[in-house]
Design a protein around this ligand. Sequence first.
Ligand code: ATP
Ligand code: MG
Length: 251
Amino acid sequence: MIECRNIHKSYGAIAVLKGISISVAQGETFALIGPNGAGKTTFFKVLTGETPANSGSILFKGEEISRLNASARVHRGFGRTFQVARILPGNTVLENLVIAVEARLRNQGHRSGFGLAPGREIVEEAASMARRTDLDDKLHQLASFLSHGDRKRLELGITLSLRPSVLMMDEPTAGMSPSDRRQTIDIILKLRAEEKLTILLTEHDMDVVFGLSDRIMVMNQGEPVAVGTIGEIRTNAAVREIYLGQDDHDA
Ligand SMILES: Nc1ncnc2c1ncn2[C@@H]1O[C@H](COP(=O)(O)OP(=O)(O)OP(=O)(O)O)[C@@H](O)[C@H]1O
Ligand SMILES: [Mg+2]
């Protein structure tokens, strides 16, 4: 599904990604972990086209996409959520989801009646996504009044309304309470099965990483440290060394 080879990225003189390669199969959940500043978010941005790499190639379903801009990649099936959730704060939960469904329909070439009331099917699809993300009791609440966990779930619903084939999540449970976190893992597991998603995520919480991932890549200071299954990563000496003494991480 995704094949990245030897990605290098610098900001000015500072090398942030120093030769990152990954290969993610269809239906796989792949986690990128590593200490703060390792380059995880930067790698996400390179994959989605928000920032160009200096060198390296990105194949998506066999197609070289490095030169495509971000919106062209969304059309190809990339969907992502952000470390800080991106939602429309002045709109209700339902409106946020309706707008996302309408955006997908426009992307698919449907003519939009911009400014008109959305059709019944669109509202039903948006309401169904609210149900699937446990927001159905908050349909008419303004997004700005949602709790942190609800915002993150709304953002997930917005992203999935675009029907991506790859879902990229940058710290999906950052700042959540343990119960919010469990709820979010359950939702992701359910949606993943229903939508047959390929998932790429970054996360500092190891319960989330181990609860979702098929394979994990550990990065440190822009370099790959190890790639493997949960068992392989747990017992990897270099990984243990990186995380040793890091009180703010759960590893
Ligand atoms: N736009 C930018 N300009 C200059 N330096 C940047 C920029 N974005 C990121 N960096 C630097 O690149 C390095 C990697 O940052 P990045 O945000 O990718 O790390 P991260 O692994 O996502 O960290 P965290 O776990 O804290 O989210 C950091 O040293 C950061 O300061
Ligand atoms: Mg980050």
